[in-house]
Write a protein that binds this ligand. Structure first.
Ligand SMILES: C[S@@+](CC[C@H](N)C(=O)[O-])C[C@H]1O[C@@H](n2cnc3c(N)ncnc32)[C@H](O)[C@@H]1O
Length: 253
């Protein structure tokens, strides 16, 4: 297995986690105190439905890695269907929430790791049938995605899959942002959204901060090229609960 250690983390005195050396990137900073995964609804019924859709696409396997598990809102549903689940995230506050959820649901088969897309690999001591991420890859660049898939391939069992849920679709996301899918959109609201969007984009680039707190959108064709380059096939399907997102199911033939 490829080793790629760069930074380290340690558990602090109060049982939480802290980063001991790596300079924080803008997204790590952004998520450092967040406690929710940003689902369309945080009602348990909605999360259960979302998890069911995701379990359908995950389609079995025994050991699962949930990269960017956040507050564990989906992870706890995966845990009931897998023998072993590992949640990884670089946000201490998210992991604290995930830890509470795991305890409440008695998910004894689940462990959490504080790490990012570069450091996670050296913290794993086994390989997986499924490596998944939901609403996470929008915070990675194409190059980081390429590296992630390359590293993940070394930790994937025979017949394993990498399933990237809810990627932002660059063809649909701008339309969703200006409210084109919204049922109660008036012409005036539509114009306001467009003007605000342009204003935010200019202001963000002047202040050198992310243009959009939802991160980057990724073209499915480029994701396919990356998957193929790493020896995988890919199927992209529309996300059921987010009109402007798609799932990338990556596997070997
Ligand atoms: C939108 S939330 C989704 C959380 C969870 N997957 C869910 O669906 O409930 C994105 C999560 O990815 C984590 N994340 C983003 N980039 C990451 C990275 N490079 N390494 C580790 N975690 C990351 C964030 O901390 C956050 O918890």
């Amino acid at each position: 297995m490829k080793k790629s250690k760069t930074w380290g983390y340690q558990e602090n005195m109060s049982g939480g986690y802290e980063n001991i050396s790596k300079p924080k990137n803008v997204w790590e900073e952004f998520f450092a105190d967040k406690k929710r995964g940003g689902h369309r609804s945080s009602a348990e019924e909605f999360l259960a439905m979302e998890a069911r859709e995701k379990l359908f696409h995950l389609d079995g396997g025994k050991k699962l890695l949930d990269f960017g598990c956040g507050a564990g809102e989906l992870l706890v549903y995966y845990a009931t269907e897998y023998e072993k689940t590992i949640g990884v995230d670089f946000s201490p506050s998210m992991l604290d929430e995930a830890s509470k959820r795991i305890r409440e649901r008695n998910c004894e088969n689940t462990t959490l790791i504080l790490a990012d897309d570069k450091t996670v690999w050296d913290k794993l001591d086994s390989s997986f049938d499924r490596i998944t991420a939901a609403g996470v890859f929008q915070y990675l660049t194409y190059q980081e995605i390429d590296e992630f898939i390359f590293n993940a391939s070394n930790y994937l069992n025979n017949g394993g899959k990498i399933v990237l849920f809810d990627m932002l679709d660059p063809r649909l996301y701008p339309l969703w942002k200006i409210g084109l899918f919204s049922q109660d959109k008036t012409c005036w609201k539509f114009i306001c959204e467009v003007v605000c969007g342009v204003k935010n984009t200019i202001s963000a680039s002047l202040k050198n901060r992310p243009r959009d707190i939802l991160g980057y959108s990724h073209n499915p064709k480029t994701i396919k090229k990356i998957a193929n380059k790493n020896g995988f096939e890919i199927i992209c399907v529309q996300s059921m609960y987010y009109e402007y997102r798609y799932h990338a199911i990556i596997f070997r033939t």
